[in-house]
Design a protein around this ligand. Sequence first.
Ligand code: NDP
Length: 240
Amino acid sequence: MTKIALVTGGTRGIGASISSNLKDSGYTVIANYASNDESAENFSKENNIEVMKWDVSNYEQTKSCISEIYNKYSSIDILINNAGITQDAPLHKMTVEKWNKVISVNLNSVFNVTSSVINKMRENGFGRIINISSVNGQKGQFGQTNYAATKSALIGFTKSLALESASKGITSNVICPGYINTEMVAAIREDILKSIIDTIPSKRLGEANEIAEMVSYLVSEKASYINGATFSVNGGLWMD
Ligand code: NDP
């Protein structure tokens, strides 16, 4: 039977590439998004992928939308926790609103979505969970105490979940992308971005499909012995 994959933030950037790559590999994909209807509709039409709008940082909305998916498909076999945002400021200028927003969208969302699918995965004896962290969760980054805190937290979350779920046929792994050519990175000031690229041994940004290819391998049957692992995909920017 065709496996069902849910990709949070799956309509733009890295998530869009993951969604279309999984579809090309034969999975039925549901791509979640938060607010950008135009991008989501275009993505859906171009790729023939079902899109579903809800805020993954909202626990009640998440529960209710995931129930809707279960009513329609009966299982969610693959979960890619990809939705994420930045709201940068050095800590001495960090507002509580920026702190809470990033914790909520990048970290609480992963609890909200994963806790909503884990019991059925355990019953089914199969699951693939991939969390999208960041190189900046591994090494830290000026202006990103909030973002880096969430992205490091995903590594601990993933390892703990792997311990809890391995005996039920579920793998849980984390990918830490370096700087990838998406709208999130396009928002970085040009001179700062240039100085970042200078520090990347590969001397270029990564492409979203380079993350999607790693995801496709990790969700496949071939990767069933890979569990609790952290994968850096960063052009050599940080070797950990
Ligand atoms: P984009 O900003 O290009 O896309 C983000 C996606 O997440 C969009 O689909 C957006 O929906 C969705 N989203 C945002 N907030 C929510 C929410 N509350 N509920 C549901 N969906 C939401 O991001 P990227 O593709 O660049 O990044 C994807 C992930 O990869 C993030 O977790 C990011 O931290 C991580 N990452 C990115 C790197 C990069 O260089 N780009 C580097 C390292 C990690 P909508 O379209 O409606 O706004």
